[in-house]
Design a protein around this ligand. Structure first.
Ligand SMILES: Nc1ncnc2c1ncn2[C@@H]1O[C@H](COP(=O)(O)OP(=O)(O)OP(=O)(O)O)[C@@H](O)[C@H]1O
Ligand SMILES: Cc1ncc(COP(=O)(O)O)c(N)n1
Length: 263
């Protein structure tokens, strides 16, 4: 049977991040993609212009529909938006025992537009992170979730420990935004095994959707039966290729190319 993966995230009308990035990434991994949309954004390469909330009960209805009928072999969460949606998603994941779960703790867009209400952070910490097999914060999200400031690669392991204390099995702390580093270095750890994932830091402005793409690729590979470590290595290679072939579209931060391997 074809592997099936679910994304629980916001819609990006610009097609580079959110649900659209996740479904494209699932498709590139030959995984059947399904979605539970948490919010609609009117968004392009220059930023998020408007957000239209989805009622929490309707978010839950989408999860219930796909989980009880089609079946979910792996899932990821992205933009959750509000505290009420965080609760609905946590309830839905627990009710259907959806696992493995990849949590991208999206707080803001690359332009700084908020994608999570301040009063939803506690729910993300207490209700979503403990359900995660792996959580994938960038350094800004680490600071929001744990208070740990990552200023260089040397701070990654302290940051990952603080994330692990919130209950996920694995933490993948992304150092892609660290300034003045010639490598894009991420740290994956479960508290026993620590793996540094390194790639060349690519000099490009077109990085819209990198975090979504990485998390979705991990979920797709888990749905295909890869181990978590293999899934993270493969996903890192996939997102690095997508950044390398970033698309010069729009006037702002262009999208990465999900179809890079086929072009
Ligand atoms: N310029 C770059 N060159 C190479 N790799 C990069 C670059 N920027 C980010 N990455 C890598 O891309 C992956 C996604 O990380 P990033 O930190 O961009 O996620 P994010 O900020 O959460 O993204 P998003 O805002 O889309 O959610 C990581 O593996 C990171 O190391
Ligand atoms: C709906 C949605 N989800 C996630 C992101 C983060 O992605 P990025 O920081 O690359 O813009 C986004 N911009 N929009």
């Amino acid at each position: 049977m074809i592997p099936r993966a679910l994304t629980i995230a916001g819609s990006d009308s610009g097609g580079g991040a959110g649900i659209q990035a996740d479904l494209k990434t699932f498709h590139e991994h030959v995984v059947f993609g399904m979605s539970a949309i948490t919010a609609l954004t009117a968004q392009d390469t220059t930023g998020v212009h408007e957000v239209h909330a989805v009622p929490p009960a309707f978010v839950r209805a989408q999860i219930d529909a796909v989980a009880s009928d089609l079946g979910v072999e792996a899932a990821k969460t992205g933009m959750l938006g509000s505290a009420a949606v965080v609760d609905a998603v946590a309830d839905g994941i627990a009710a259907h025992e959806i696992a493995p779960l990849v949590v991208d703790p999206v707080c803001a867009s690359k332009h700084g537009d908020p994608l999570l209400d301040d009063d939803a952070i506690e729910g993300l910490r207490q209700r979503i992170l403990p359900l995660a097999e792996v959580v994938t914060p960038n350094v800004g999200e680490v600071a929001v979730l744990t208070g740990v400031e990552v200023r260089g690669v040397g701070d990654l392991s302290r940051a990952a420990e603080a994330v692990l204390a919130l209950g996920p099995r694995w933490a993948l702390v992304k150092g892609g935004h660290l300034p003045d580093n010639p490598r894009a270095i991420d740290l994956l750890t479960d508290g026993r095994t620590s793996i540094h994932l390194e790639a060349e830091r690519l000099d490009t402005q077109d990085t819209h959707g990198t975090g979504c793409t990485l998390a979705a690729a991990i979920a797709a590979r888990r749905a295909r039966g890869e181990s978590l470590e293999d899934a993270v290595h493969g996903a890192k290679a996939f997102v690095t290729g997508a950044i390398r072939h970033g698309l010069r579209l729009g006037k702002g931060i262009g999208p990465v190319d999900h179809a890079w391997a086929r072009r």
